[in-house]
Each structure stands twice: as C-alpha cells, then as structure tokens.
Design a protein around this ligand. Sequence first.
Ligand code: SF4
Ligand code: ZN
Length: 324
Amino acid sequence: MTTSSTCTICKQKPTVYKRQYSGERLCSKCFCLSIENKVRTTIAKHEMLRFDEKIAIGVSGGKDSMTLLHILNKLEKPFPKAKLVAITIDEGIEGYRNEAVRIAEKGCSKIEVAHVVVSFKESFGHSMDEVVQNLKAKDMDDKGLTPCAYCGVLRRRTLNSAARHVKATRLAVAHNLDDEIQTFLLNIFHGDLLRLARIEPASSSPLSSFVPRIKPLCSVLEREITLYAFLKKIDFQTTPCPYSHRALRNDIRAMLNRMEEKHPGLKYTTYRSGEKVRASVRDTMKTSEMRNCSICGEPSAADLCQTCKILRIFDSEKHSTQQA
Ligand code: SF4
Ligand code: ZN
C-alpha cells in the first residue's frame, strides 16, 4: 500500500525527498537512480561521450565535482575502453584550497581514478592570493572585476591545457543547473549576448588546442546534487572560498533560491528559456570563430586571450613565454 510517506516510484521504501517541481516523493535508492538517469540522458541527448573516451574531470573537491567523479565512474564502468583522469586546479588560496586538494586526492584514490594537480603558481607564476594582493596594490581591488572573474579565466585555461596534456578527448566540468541559469542571467545583466550564445552543455572547436568540454550535470539542481552526495556518503569540502562573497553570482543564486521556494519549477523554466534564447542568439548574431591566441597559442575568442590580458596586468614579461 502506498502512503504519503512511501516512495512514489518503488511504492515500498520510505520517502527521503519530496521533489517540489514534480510532486514525486522518493526513497533514497530511487532518488539516486533518478539523478544518475538524468545524467545519462543529458550525456545521450547532447552526444557528449563515445564508448572509448579519455575523460578529464575537473575536480575541485566540492560537492558538484566529487559527485560528477562518482557518477561518471559508475556510468563508464560498462565501457572498458573509457578512461577517467581527475584534474584539480590549485589556485593558491591559503586556508581553503589545501583541504580541497586533500579531499579530491582521497576521493580519487578510493575509486582508483588517476589524479593530477596543477597550480596557478606553476602555470602563471602567480597564486590567486598574489593576484588579489596585486589588485589591492594597484588599487583595483574594489573597482571593476572581482577575484572570481580573474580566477575563472585562469582556471578555464589551466583545465584545458592540463586536459590536453593528459591527452584527454573530453573535459568534463561539474556545472549544475543552478550554475547554468546563474550564468545565463549574469550574461543578460551584463548584456553579453555573444557569451550567452557560447554557454553550451557540450562545446567543441576545430582547434586541436581546445579539448571538447562537456557538462553532464547541467540538468541537475544544486540541492539534488548535495542530497545525492550526502546519501552516497561522498566526502566533499564545505568551507567556502574566502573570495566568493564578492561575486554578483551569489546574489543571483539567493534570488533564484527564494523564487524557486515560492514557485517550484521556476529554475527549470529559466533553464529552458536560456536554451531558447541561446538558440535564437546563435541564429541571428554573428559569433566569432575560435582562434589561437597570438601570444600564448591557446584557444581564444579574440586575437589576445583573456588569460594573456590578465597576465599583462600583473606581469608583462613573464606571460609572453608561456607557450603550451
Ligand atoms: Fe576562484 Fe571565486 Fe571559486 Fe574562489 S570562489 S575558487 S576566487 S572562482
Ligand atoms: Zn594568450
């Protein structure tokens, strides 16, 4: 007999989660299976993977990336030719990143996935702490870009070159549905339609320097990822980055969470709106082809990549020698 505390799917086990936007009540097992099925469907829908990929996974040690590592490891098990390698970027943030690197290391060794750590310091000569100090010294810390804007550019670059270095055929990043709609709204707020057109669940380029990037968690809500990690006993870092509070993204996140609370399903409708807007922007606007940066040779939307523009601020001589 089904009661209000019994799982809607298996009709046997007790409910641990009520999915507000669909009305389903799910037991632990059915909930976890539903998340894995969502990821499987997303991978198939966007043709993210073949059976023999070498997948580099960006693993920061947070809940999203540790969950992605766990799910991809499970989904790729039936494909003996597929390989996983985890890449952790150490931005050099005192009191924050060391713990995350340890958690990522432990999580990878538990499931026997190779793990590579690459630091900003060794890649660019500057840790993130030094970048922030430098911005302060130049009196640029509360004007213009936030630390996350610099960090995001440097991390995307480091992940791509590390993935290329390990000869990965795909780079999987753990952006969830909340991240995707926050990015959509951020681009709307900034009026950056070209960037909006480029947010794809799977992106590729004819350039061999660009490792095709996939987002297998893009249709899963952040809170459901947290619950999945909790139910599967996946260890992850909970300490927030000391620089995160300044990002506009946090205000958008809080606003969307409040609205989802009052209007369940709103995040999904925003996500679908984003897909439609992206498709029409792509059809009507001339988007620029990717090319190799004239200084470092890495993939870029303009002659000079964002990383070289940033490094120019901090170190005009060193960056010119950073060929991949
Ligand atoms: Fe970098 Fe911002 Fe993330 Fe901190 S919160 S690791 S500064 S992107
Ligand atoms: Zn460059």
